[in-house]
Design a protein around this ligand. Structure first.
Ligand code: CU
Length: 116
């Protein structure tokens, strides 16, 4: 009985997390918003620098800052990309803003764009 309840709760937690995330729309922020120091409110947009691009494998190596949404400290690591076409938008050496997610246990870049 107790075991079943725990499982149900776990399932609920797992299922509700992504749903919650998709209700956020970071793109709707005004350019004039003064909250530049608090991207953590959204938590999804991270900064990094492109170290390596592997178009065949659909992978990108990023030296990234803290990933607040994934509780990850700054480091250099390899990400998958959601769409290989994203790798055309950036080049090695670019400073980028990106959104990292954990998809199927793998760290995946959902969005990426060069920093202006
Ligand atoms: Cu990392």
């Amino acid at each position: 009985m107790k075991r079943k309840l725990t499982t149900a709760l776990l399932t609920l937690t797992v299922m509700s997390a992504p749903a919650w995330a998709t209700t956020h729309h970071p793109g709707q922020h005004d350019a004039g918003a003064p909250a530049q120091n608090q991207p953590a409110a959204e938590g999804a947009i991270s900064v990094g620098e492109v170290r390596k691009i592997d178009k065949e494998a659909g992978k990108i190596t990023l030296k990234h800052g803290e990933l607040k949404n994934l509780q990850m400290p700054p480091m250099t690591m390899v990400f998958r990309v959601k769409d290989p076409a994203m790798l055309e938008q950036v080049k090695v050496g670019d400073k980028v803003n990106f959104v990292a997610e954990k998809v199927g246990g793998q760290f995946t870049v959902a969005r990426i764009e060069p920093k202006q």
